[in-house]
Design a protein around this ligand. Structure first.
Ligand SMILES: Cc1ncc(COP(=O)(O)O)c(C=O)c1O
Length: 464
């Protein structure tokens, strides 16, 4: 573990995101010198297996030769040109590739530069589109409990994780909230029925208040930041029908789950639906540069189209919108999917993850083992019927113990998840699961336990 000059200097200068800096008095921030493939390396030569693709972005690992080449070639040509009034080859190519891959009917791409900004775009476009159709009263949003859509004020308004949103409540608008279809606590054969039953609350809400509702926003199939809470595609198909019936837009936030993470290229494919807005970011540029995009229909686009004096335009922009370097890497990353048959390879890797979790992790410390494509998660518990005393901060303890065993994981409270780069091999998966197992055994004796309360879907938000 690096305790070097670099670590101390960093802590004097940099205020790290989503971090209580005080935690790092006892455990210094870890400066990374370089990274290749799935491995990160610090300044003392210690290596760490990046089991969470650095916050779910590096789908092809680090320093991928094709992506590096695409970046440097593009840098020689054009690094950036503002996207207002100008265009360039990588953004045109990328848009065509996205539209080809997206659910049918999503044919217009609006770019931004991070996930939360894409959510802002979708929320604003939805409300604005209803206004254009003479329904300005449709200006509220419906969100699921446990939702996470980012941390700018609009995105935070539709987020339901108190750790992030509670303090800022006076600045936020209040969404209408419906229960999450979360099935994480159920056996897989009950997922469909449970997910479909959750639609009743949506239907009742839409019946009463559809005239006020612009859109419902969901994270398709997996609510990531709430601890990888998973549900059945039947919820999405049912929701699409309800949205059609009650004239409510459907915003699919695939920022975390897009680009193959759930087993299909987009999670919405598993429900055969087309949302009105599809928000993408994170893996879009495979962890190289920040970029996001909202795909929407030609119908929505046309509502904003008209002579300038009609004041119909969508007046939203970010300086780095459509950055050429980011677009070039995104194009190269999309090409890898076909060349390397990534989705097909991942099917086998997903099964290996399940088998290794069952065989290599301490069974008695695991509850609610769940999997969706290249996401595997479980609740880490001291023993059946017990939970960690929240003051022990089990997730943080496990994160630190795992680093000492050469593995980067970042549990969400006591919910441990693995979202490795797609290039991970069977041998590397074994190293990963053995490392986590050792870390669980290592951290276990230092933590206090309490008796398990009844299951709630908002168990523990303390982020490691
Ligand atoms: C589902 C979802 N939406 C939106 C965001 C926000 O993206 P960003 O961190 O790029 O703002 C995230 C980030 O984790 C996310 O998981």
């Amino acid at each position: 573990m690096s305790n070097s000059f670099w670590g101390e200097r960093d802590q004097r200068l940099i205020w790290h995101p989503c971090t209580q800096m005080h935690d790092h008095e006892s455990f210094p921030i870890l400066p990374i010198k370089k990274a290749r493939g799935i491995w990160l390396e610090d300044f003392e030569g210690h290596r760490y297996l990046d089991a969470i693709s650095s916050w779910w972005v590096n789908i092809f690992g680090h320093a991928h030769p094709e992506l590096n080449a695409a970046l440097s070639t593009q840098a020689e040509q054009l690094a950036h040109i503002m996207l207002a009034g100008f265009s360039h080859q990588p953004i045109i190519e990328l848009s065509a590739m996205l539209v080809d891959r997206a659910p049918k009917g999503l044919v217009r791409c609006f770019y931004a530069d991070n996930g939360a900004s894409a959510i802002e775009v979708a929320l604003k476009m939805s409300m604005h589109a209803w206004r254009h159709q003479g329904m300005p009263g449709k200006n509220r949003f419906v969100a699921l409990s446990n939702s996470y859509h980012g941390e700018t004020l609009g995105a935070l308004s539709v987020t339901d994780i108190p750790l992030f949103s509670a303090t800022y409540a006076p600045l936020l608008t209040t969404p209408l909230r419906v229960p999450s279809p979360d099935c994480s606590h159920l056996p897989v054969d009950q997922w469909q029925q449970h997910s479909q039953a959750s639609l009743l609350a949506v239907e009742l809400l839409f019946q009463k208040r559809h005239t006020e509702i612009a859109a419902m926003i969901v994270e398709p199939l997996v609510q990531g930041a709430a601890g990888m809470r998973m549900y059945h595609p039947a919820y999405l198909s049912g929701l699409r029908s309800l949205c059609n019936q009650y004239q409510v837009h459907l915003i699919a936030d695939e920022i975390a789950v897009g680009f193959g993470r759930t087993g299909t290229f987009f999670a919405c494919e598993q429900a055969s639906i087309t949302p009105d807005f599809l928000c993408l970011s994170k893996a879009l540029t495979a962890g190289y540069l920040p970029m996001s995009v909202v795909l929407t229909t030609d119908f929505i686009y046309q509502l904003f189209y008209g002579a300038y004096e009609q004041q119909k335009g969508f007046m939203h922009s970010h300086s780095y919108t459509g950055n050429a370097l980011a677009a070039a890497v995104a194009v190269a990353s999309l090409k890898l999917f076909d060349r390397d048959q990534v989705l097909c390879q991942n099917q086998q890797k997903s099964v290996w993850m399940q088998e290794m979790a069952e065989n290599l992790l301490p069974k008695e410390q695991i509850r609610h083992l769940r999997r969706c494509g290249m996401i595997l998660a479980f609740d880490w518990i001291p023993a059946p019927g017990q939970v960690w005393d929240p003051e022990s901060r089990a997730g943080l303890a496990l994160h630190r113990a795992a680093l000492q065993h050469g593995i980067l994981i970042r549990p969400i409270g006591h919910q441990v998840y693995i979202m490795p780069p797609y290039i991970i091999t069977e041998e590397e998966l074994e190293v990963l699961f053995r490392g986590i197992s050792k870390a669980m055994h290592h951290a276990y004796p230092h933590l206090r336990v309490a008796t398990s309360p009844p299951y709630t879907s908002t168990d523990d938000w303390d982020l490691a």
